[in-house]
Design a protein around this ligand. Structure first.
Ligand SMILES: Cc1ncc(COP(=O)(O)O)c(C=O)c1O
Length: 437
């Protein structure tokens, strides 16, 4: 099968194209917790596809909803018209979202959700006569997708350094990864809330009147699962509120049960003004994202004549009928199958399993919350990421899909995983670690 394919013309994203094409990994199908490769091998999915297939793969209810929708209404624009499914979805999403996140703006990805949230924040201040609030504050090591807004507030240097000056007026908080204080912490570290006070320094430097919004991932994922120190998010919230700065949570990977509750905002008891979601919204089956918006922000836009467009922003595929059908079916499956409760019940089992890897070769830190975890390896002498990439490939060959970010093995399995499969993940990783240089 692989031999018959011309692999060359496809420029693959976030991939070492030449290495991949010399030794490709191709998936043929998937069901529940498993992929089947084109060679007919079963691979246990330790990362929910890419943190998105919350209810496992090809869930029959989601497949059915997409198939029926495709045959009924394939497309209709979201500009000046709609279809029932997208209104039902906005109603459902805002009914489960925390606090006053009562409005939903639809996008097609996490990156688009982030850039949309940043634009809403800037426009909101302008609508209120505070158009001088143009600064955006992100965080070092943050990942907010690949749009120009997202890479500007993001803090992963490989994603930024090729692309010039990016957005002006962006500054960054320090990251909260500190192994000297927090290595091998289970759940939220005790040390580090004070890092939120750096926001006060940025406010002092730039003046609050110039700052529109702060954006953070409640749990930083792509840097290797960095859990917020106790009290950190609370302090960010308090400082933002005091200075009239909007707080945006990028919940693209944490929403829909990943941290043990529906949203990380629920898990940590901290309310954002705007929330970016995607991934699990449709169980990964059809691209879709959304920005959940506090009611007061939406109302600030509803001021001109009723026929006037209030927000000059949107995508051809905003609120796509197939995505809406997939999302409605996914949210129903999560509730019908009790996946949020399941995540919170399995979290201690997952935590114990992960931390059993402490003491295995090369392991220098283990971090976890809910059903997400990171096992950080010491970098090899010949360069960072190489040992983790080797681990990724050996895990795959042993029938387990993990993701490596830097030198961290990240694990975010579908929430349908069972205890035996958690055991299988950890045993496979332990064997691989013992076999690595
Ligand atoms: C926190 C966060 N924000 C944004 C994104 C970008 O999402 P997408 O790849 O759907 O554009 C990701 C993707 O992993 C993410 O983890």
């Amino acid at each position: 099968m692989t031999n018959a394919l011309n692999l060359e013309p496809y420029w693959m994203p976030f991939t070492g194209n030449r290495q991949f094409k010399s030794d490709p990994l191709l998936m043929e199908s998937a069901s529940g917790m498993y992929f089947t490769t084109t060679e007919g091998r079963q691979v246990l999915d330790g990362i929910a596809g890419l943190w998105c297939c919350t209810a496992g793969h090809c869930h029959p209810a989601i497949v059915d909803a997409i198939q029926r929708q495709a045959a009924k209404l394939d497309y209709s624009t979201a500009f000046q018209m709609g279809h029932p499914g997208i209104f039902q979805l906005a109603d459902k999403l805002t009914s489960i979202a925390p606090g006053d996140l009562d409005y939903a703006f639809f996008t097609n990805s996490g990156s688009e959700s982030v850039d949309t949230a940043l634009k809403i924040a800037l426009a909101y201040h302008r609508m209120r006569g505070e158009g001088q609030r143009t600064r955006l504050i992100g965080r070092e090591k943050g990942y907010h997708g690949v749009g120009f807004g997202g890479i500007s507030v993001g803090g992963m240097s490989p994603n930024r350094k090729m692309f010039g000056a990016m957005l002006p007026g962006v500054d960054h908080l320090p990251h909260t990864l500190d192994r000297s204080h927090n290595a091998f912490t289970r759940g939220q570290p005790e040390w580090g809330a004070r890092l939120a006070d750096e926001l006060e320094n940025l406010v002092a430097l730039h003046d609050a009147s110039t700052i529109a919004a702060v954006i953070v991932e409640p749990v930083a994922g792509s840097v290797g699962v960095v859990v917020p120190p106790r009290g950190y998010l609370e302090r960010l919230r308090e400082i933002c509120t005091r200075h009239g700065i909007l707080l945006i949570f990028d919940e693209v990977i944490t929403a829909f049960g990943r941290t043990g509750k529906r949203f990380a905002a629920d898990t940590f008891g901290v309310q954002p003004d705007l929330m970016a979601v995607a991934k699990g919204l449709t169980n990964g089956a059809v691209p879709m994202g959304a920005v959940l918006v506090d009611s007061s922000i939406y109302q600030a836009f509803m001021t001109g004549p009723p026929h006037a467009i209030e927000f000059f922003h949107g995508y051809t595929y905003s609120g796509h009928p197939l995505a809406a059908a997939a999302a409605l079916a996914s949210l129903k499956v999560y509730e019908d199958e009790g996946l949020y409760d399941r995540a919170s019940k399995l979290a201690p089992v997952f935590e114990d399993a992960l931390h059993s890897l402490q003491g295995e070769p090369h392991v220098i830190d283990i971090r976890n919350i809910g059903m997400m975890g990171g096992v950080e390896l010491a970098p090899r002498d010949d360069g960072p990421t190489l040992r983790a990439l080797d681990a990724f490939r050996r895990c795959f060959d042993a029938g387990l899909l993990v993701r490596t970010v830097g030198d961290t093995i990240a694990l975010t399995p579908p929430l349908i995983i069972d205890e035996d499969q958690i055991g299988q993940i950890v045993e496979t990783i332990a064997k691989v670690l013992r076999s690595l240089d």
